[in-house]
Design a protein around this ligand. Structure first.
Ligand SMILES: [Zn+2]
Length: 175
């Protein structure tokens, strides 16, 4: 990053958000389960991040739900449709934790140098009934044919498996 880019980020991203820092709190993060500083960069919950694992409230809630529905991941295959998810820290002890990314320029199933696997949520390279847990956080709202995504989910999940996902709320004029 050159000096002008750095200064521009300070001016437009850091300085306007300094006023939110007093909203930061020390508490136990529900994602990494450690005492942490949840640092605030904005009024909303999306930009209040654990300094240990980078989880915001959305990821903390996903972690809580995952632990609620499964107590032992050591024999589970987890597929997450997010290459940078903070969930990979607390759930790295799974039998197989597969972080995926989406690209139209490489075939599904391709694993890049960082160990990330290219997948299309509508047509993955996973075998039938081979996945225990499927996670997507704010992904499905970007998928044009969402029914195809759910059909694919049903194909790859084991009968005992489950999918957990978030989508942003759709606000109406009355909200
Ligand atoms: Zn954390």
């Amino acid at each position: 990053m050159n000096l002008s880019t750095f200064l521009r980020k300070i001016r437009y991203r850091v300085l306007p958000n300094i006023k939110y820092l007093p909203q930061s709190r020390f508490r136990r993060c529900q994602c990494c389960l450690k005492p942490s500083l949840i640092i605030s960069f904005s009024d909303g919950e999306e930009f209040k991040l654990c300094i240990r694992c980078r989880a915001n409230l959305r990821y903390e809630m996903l972690a809580m739900m995952l632990r609620k529905y499964c107590s032992d991941f050591s024999n589970k295959v987890i597929v997450e449709f997010d290459p940078n998810s903070p969930l990979s820290i607390p759930f790295s002890g799974a039998y197989n934790y597969i972080k995926t990314y989406y690209s139209t320029s490489v075939p599904v199933g391709f694993i890049n140098a960082d160990g990330l696997r290219c997948e299309n949520i509508k047509q993955t390279s996973f075998d039938d009934t081979s996945v225990d847990v499927m996670i997507s956080s704010d992904v499905l709202e970007h998928v044009p044919d969402i029914e195809a995504a759910f059909i694919e989910t049903k194909r790859i999940l084991k009968l005992s498996g489950f999918q957990i996902f978030t989508v942003p709320p759709r606000l109406t004029k009355n909200n």
